[in-house]
Structure formats: C-alpha cells, structure tokens
Ligand binder design. Structure first.
Ligand SMILES: O=P(O)(O)OC[C@@]1(O)O[C@H](CO)[C@@H](O)[C@@H]1O
Length: 395
C-alpha cells in the first residue's frame, strides 16, 4: 500500500458526463423508477401529475427548493440545499442529486403530507414480492445445511450470505472465497474477514452497529448474521441502523425489518430458530433498531452529526452494508483504487468494516496486482457490475 499522501483529493463525482455510470443513473434509472412507482400503486390524478412533473424536472429542469412548509426544510438547508438549488441535477454532486431525487419522489406520492398516502412506502410492492419469492424460501432452507458444521465455517457462511445479499443474490457459501468470477478474477477483490472476526471474539461483551442497506433478500441475511453474532457471544448487543423513510428504492426501513423478522419466525428449521433469537433480542433490548435522519443524508459519513458519531464511537465494530454506504464511508470520489482504505476511513469514530458488492465507480484499498488483473479481464466493468465484492476493515 502506498504511504499516506498529501496529494489533493480527487474530485467529487458528478453526473455531468454522458456515458458515465452516474449520468446513466440520473438519465435512465431515475425515470425508470418513477414509471415503476407510477405503475405499482393506484395513485390518483394528483400524485400522477406530480410524478410526471418530477420526471420532466429531473431530466430537463433545475433543482427546486422544497415546499416552504416541508417538515425537513431546515435539515436540507443544513445539508447544502442552497448551494444546489437552481442548478441542473446533472451538475451537482451525484450523491446529493440522487438523495434529493428520492426526497422529491416521496413528496410526489404524498408520503409526508396528511392524507391517505401518508406513510405508504411507494417501493413496498417490489420489496414484499422479493421477500415472498420462492428464492427466499430456498435461501432460508439452505441454512439447515450449516447445522453441525464447525463454528468458524458457519460464521464465515453467514458473513458471506450478508455480503452477497447486497447483490440480492443470497448464497450461503461454505467456502471462504467461493471460487472465481466468470472471467477468472476472484469474486472478492479484498478480504479482511480475519480482521473482522478478530475484533469480535466470543466473549459476550462487544457492541456491534450494523448499518443496513437493502430490505428483502439483503436484510434477511443481515438479520441472520446478527442472530449468529448474538448466539455465539461475538456480540452482546447490536444496534441495527435502517432508513427513517423509503430511499434508493429498496433500502430497509423499520417496517421492512418487521416484515423480514416475521418471515424468519414463520420459517421452518434453522431460519425459524434464528428468527426467534432475534425476536427475543428485540424484546429484551440486546437488539435495537435505529432510524437516524443522517441515514438519508446526501453527505459522506465524515460529516456525521455529533450524536451519531458518539454512538458509533462506542461500538466495538460498525459494519456498513452496501454500495451507497461505501460511497458515503470513503467519500464519493474517483479514488485511485490503491488509495489505502485505512486512510480514507480515518475520520470514522471507531473500528469499521465495509461489506459491499461493487456497483459504482468508487473503490479504495485494492492492491496493484488485483486491480491490474481486473482491468485486464474486464476493462472498468468490474467496478459497477455487482459481480465482485469486498470485505474491508479498519480496526
Ligand atoms: O447501496 P446499494 O443498494 O448496494 O447500491 C445502490 C446503488 O445501486 O445505487 C446507486 C445508483 O443509484 C449506485 O451507487 C449503487 O450501486
């Protein structure tokens, strides 16, 4: 790894370059999300008009201020709204425009306004379809095969289930690395899982924060990992951070935690046992769900507020799930991939682990040989295809 450098920071990612991944998200993915939301629920004329207006606005318009009476107008002001209002969605930091898009989408469907659509998650139809799918049944049934295996193997399988669940492709791998990707490159481009386990010995004393990402087939294995940590005494207490409102389509809210938990408790075999462990832990306070407003902030974790910083500082380990949390952890910049992970996460208030499949350009902490092999095999596709993953830890 290179030594810490004093070189200027690479620029923050914008979405202003046609053909780039961020540009595609704003120009193609966001319109598709609006259409999907429009078709998935019987919204009335008012909500449909608002969705159409948002569609036109985010392609050709400029960022508009939140309504004067919006409950969170001050919060967005503190998060930089004045700097970006009046500018094209494509010309402001990509992280900011994506986050604000979801905020505006919730406005359009009446999520925050008093009325019949208040509090109705526009993404719930796809979340529940995923949770109810036969694939989820198969994945839960696969847990039974782990019973009786050596404890370290079970730990690693649950860790990998949570990791690859971020691809919404939950597989309880019995091996540590799981073979190779289709092109011969390793699926894991960095693997600090030994360090992770060394931070959580089975002494029954650790506090773990797990900052969740997606609901459904990612949250289920996250919950199974939590159950395993509690059962094995690798965690005495777990704080599960979810989003305070729907975000990035499938991000988990408290309602999604309850849906996933009920799914587990109702399952036969080992999955049901894990579900009951979690249910009991919630009732006796060893597992707590948090929904901090900063979880939906358009900002990196380096800018987290004091109360959240204090909570994470007191954790033995914070585990951040997913691609967006990774972008927020290291900073949403086009880092040279060999930039040390420990350097870009030095701001974090305590030991931190990232479990993430690679679904955007941002990456750090790769060794030069790994990067060279990935580029030789795939060009730059490995950064965004979701076929590779990483486990990175800063003790
Ligand atoms: O955080 P997650 O669920 O792993 O990924 C979120 C994500 O798909 O959304 C963004 C595009 O909207 C990308 O940065 C990122 O890949």
């Amino acid at each position: 790894m290179p030594e810490r450098s004093d070189a200027p920071l690479p620029p923050v990612l914008l979405a202003d370059e046609p053909g780039s991944f961020p540009h595609g998200v704003l120009a193609e993915r966001h319109p598709a999300i609006i259409r999907q939301v429009r078709d998935a629920s019987p919204y009335g004329p008012e909500q449909r008009r608002a969705l159409d207006t948002l569609l036109a606005n985010c392609l050709d318009g400029v960022i508009e201020p939140l309504p004067a009476d919006a409950h969170d107008r001050d919060r967005w002001a503190a998060w930089g709204a004045a700097d970006h209002t009046g500018r094209s969605w494509f010309d402001v930091p990509w992280l900011w425009s994506e986050s604000f898009f979801y905020r505006r989408l919730l406005d359009a469907v009446g999520y925050f306004a008093p009325g019949p659509w208040q509090g109705i998650d526009p993404f719930r139809p796809s979340k529940t379809a995923e949770l109810d799918s036969p694939e989820t049944d198969e994945e839960l049934a696969a847990l039974d095969a782990l019973t009786g295996r050596p404890p370290a193997e079970q730990d690693q399988a649950l860790l990998h289930g949570s990791l690859w669940g971020n691809r919404a492709d939950l597989s309880f791998r019995l091996g540590a690395t799981g073979g190779t990707a289709g092109d011969g490159t390793p699926p894991l481009v960095a693997d600090d899982s030994d360090v992770l386990w060394s931070l959580l010995p089975p002494t029954g004393t650790a506090t773990v924060c797990l900052i969740a990402d997606n609901a459904g087939r990612e949250l289920v294995p996250d919950l199974l990992l939590i159950a395993r940590l509690l059962t094995e005494g690798r965690a005495a207490r777990v704080l599960l951070h979810v989003k305070p409102h729907p975000y990035y389509v499938s991000d988990a809210t408290h309602a999604d935690v309850l849906d996933a938990l009920r799914r587990l408790v109702a399952a036969p075999g080992a999955a049901g046992e894990h579900g009951r462990v979690l249910w009991t832990a919630l009732t006796d306070g060893r597992l707590t769900v948090r929904a901090h407003p900063f979880s939906c902030a358009p900002l990196p974790y380096a800018d987290m507020p004091a109360d959240l910083r204090e909570e994470l500082a007191s954790a033995t380990l914070t585990i951040l799930k997913g691609d967006l949390n990774y972008r927020r952890l290291v900073g949403d910049r086009r880092w040279p991939p060999a930039t040390p992970f420990t350097e870009v996460t030095a701001h974090f208030p305590g030991p931190v682990a990232a479990l993430r499949t690679l679904k955007s350009d941002v990456v750090t902490g790769l060794d030069a040989d790994t990067e060279a092999a990935l580029v030789a095999a795939e060009g730059q596709k490995w950064r965004t295809a979701g076929t590779h993953a990483l486990i990175q830890v800063r003790p």
